[in-house]
Design a protein around this ligand. Structure first.
Ligand code: ATP
Ligand code: MG
Length: 504
């Protein structure tokens, strides 16, 4: 998760991206919670203000109205010549005033409001008393004094009570204004908090984008361009990869690189095996050459002595037969030595341009009779338009001969050998000609398939086990190869790959 380099702590890209993502999420959640809190606070403040202020405002207004309504009732009583209904109405208004006074006391919040209400209560008591005096003067028949007192003192006290009422209303409004201002400031603070969280979220989001761009997107594009250049594949849309298809491009070019690597690995392994076998062959060849030379001369003199011995033995069939067997064994030994020497001293190639069909024909001319004697029918096929090959004719004929001889030896009761030449594409590009030699023999047992190209590996009593090995080496010298084809169910099939002339 964390790597240190020269004592400096470096966070890996994934850690950075994860941490920033967690930050963005945390800030987003905090912002949402804060916004929810603000909304809740706003609604609570609104509800509180309505529940708290509406009754007090109403009480203040009703108090003022009740006071105003009382004002004319005493005058109406006097002017209406003492009609009792005015007094009854006055009593009702007094009761209503007292009720609103009580409610105002209950809903008042500030000391100022209470002070105004106290003032009002004191003035109202005085006002009420004075009004009762006026009514009693009138009832006692002193109408002039009553009217004068009504206009003067009662009126004055009414004004004062009304002023106290107004003061109470003003104090109430002041309280409401202060409360609204407080709520507004609180909401403003909360909104600033939400704003800061939103800004931080945006900032973290930008950092995340930047990290993603610099740590993932840009390297990915570069990687896509690099793998394309490295893979050497030029597609129709060879323009630099677009952001949308960069992952697809990386996958495409990596796949092609991987298949190249796999092929190179297979080639390398094959070359390694060839090298190993060449080294073994070289040392065996040197040994074989020296032994071959040492044995060849004594063998020649033994053969000459046998020849003169055979002449002296005429008429003695038993000894003659012994000499014949010894002579055959010597021939076999000579074949072994000849193979050894051929194997140990690979000739320099005499490369010329040839038609593979012609080379096949010449080989079949050489061994046609021998194959026919063994009951082997040869089917020769060559695709039209075969490219010419650059090869040493003698060596290629030797390869074909070794394969045909093996096929004939495998089909003891006779059979068919199909020899077919066709053009083919080389693995590394370019053209080749492939000649397949397929027989109808018993095929090659799976247990020995891997070993048949080894020098001296043979399942035949008289075999040296060098035929295929020499053929494979000749093909390698030509830049081609000899391959045993997968078991197709019947017989053995070998493929000889010869590079076309223009590709050598
Ligand atoms: N067409 C074939 N069908 C079946 N087995 C084969 C065929 N060709 C080769 N082999 C097997 O591969 C072995 C090696 O063949 P190779 O030609 O190298 O040596 P050889 O034929 O045994 O000896 P030499 O070629 O020296 O006479 C053979 O002994 C045989 O077992
Ligand atoms: Mg052979």
């Amino acid at each position: 998760m964390i790597c240190t380099e020269d004592g400096v702590v470096h966070l890996r890209l994934a850690t950075k991206v994860s941490l920033t993502l967690i930050g963005v999420l945390a800030l987003g959640i905090m912002g949402s919670v804060q916004a929810l809190l603000v909304a809740r606070k706003t609604s609570l403040a609104l509800e509180g203000m309505i529940a708290d202020n509406v009754p007090s405002v109403r009480a203040a207004m009703e108090l003022e109205i009740a006071l105003l309504e009382q004002r004319g009732l005493a005058s109406s009583y006097i002017l209406d010549d003492g009609s009792a209904r005015w007094l009854a109405e006055l009593q009702a208004k007094k009761a209503s005033f007292a009720e609103w006074q009580r409610r105002a006391e209950e809903t008042a919040h500030t000391e100022e409001e209470h002070a105004y209400l106290n003032d009002l209560a004191e003035i109202y008591v005085e006002y009420d008393r004075k009004r009762d005096e006026v009514i009693s003067l009138f009832e006692r028949g002193q109408t002039g004094r009553a009217t004068a007192a009504l206009l003067d003192e009662v009126n004055y006290l009414h004004h004062r009570a009304f002023a106290a009422c107004e003061g109470f209303i003003a104090a109430n409004e002041k309280y409401i204004d202060e409360r609204s201002e407080r709520a507004r400031r609180e909401l403003q603070r909360a909104s600033v908090g939400v704003g800061i969280l939103v800004a931080l979220t945006l900032g973290c989001g930008t950092v995340l984008l930047l990290l993603f761009y610099r740590g993932v997107w840009r390297p990915l594009r570069k990687m896509a361009d690099d793998v394309r250049t490295f893979s050497g594949i030029e597609t129709d849309d060879a323009a630099p990869v677009t952001p949308r298809d960069e992952l697809r491009a990386v996958r495409f070019y990596l796949r092609s690189l991987m298949s190249d690597v796999t092929e190179s690995h297979t080639n390398l392994e094959r070359s390694r095996l060839q090298l190993q076998s060449s080294e073994r062959l070289a040392s065996l060849g040197r040994l074989a050459a020296s032994i071959g030379h040492e044995i060849r001369n004594p063998l020649t003199s033994i053969e000459m002595r046998l020849f003169s011995l055979r002449q002296g033995l005429e008429g003695n069939p038993e000894l003659e037969d012994d000499v014949r067997v010894v002579s055959e064994e010597i021939k076999h030994l000579e074949k072994v030595i000849r193979n050894f020497l051929e194997f140990s001293r690979p000739p320099d190639l005499n490369l010329k341009t040839h038609d593979v069909g012609v080379l096949l024909d010449k080989t079949l001319e050489l061994c046609g009779h021998w194959l026919a004697d063994k009951g082997v029918e040869v089917v020769r096929r060559a695709d039209p338009g075969l490219p010419p090959v650059r090869a040493d004719a003698e060596q290629i004929k030797q390869v074909f001969l070794n394969l045909l001889r093996n096929a004939a030896e495998a089909m003891e009761q006779g059979g068919t050998v199909v020899v077919a030449a066709s053009p083919a594409a080389a693995r590394a590009g370019g053209e080749m000609v492939v000649v397949r030699v397929q027989d109808t023999g018993p095929g090659i047992a799976p247990a020995v398939r891997d070993r048949i190209l080894e020098p001296f590996f043979s399942t035949k009593p008289e075999g040296t086990g060098l035929g295929l090995c020499v053929a494979a080496r000749i093909m390698a010298q030509h830049g081609g190869r000899l391959e045993l084809e997968p078991d197709g169910g019947r017989g053995a099939s070998f493929a000889v790959w010869i590079p076309a002339a223009k590709d050598v």
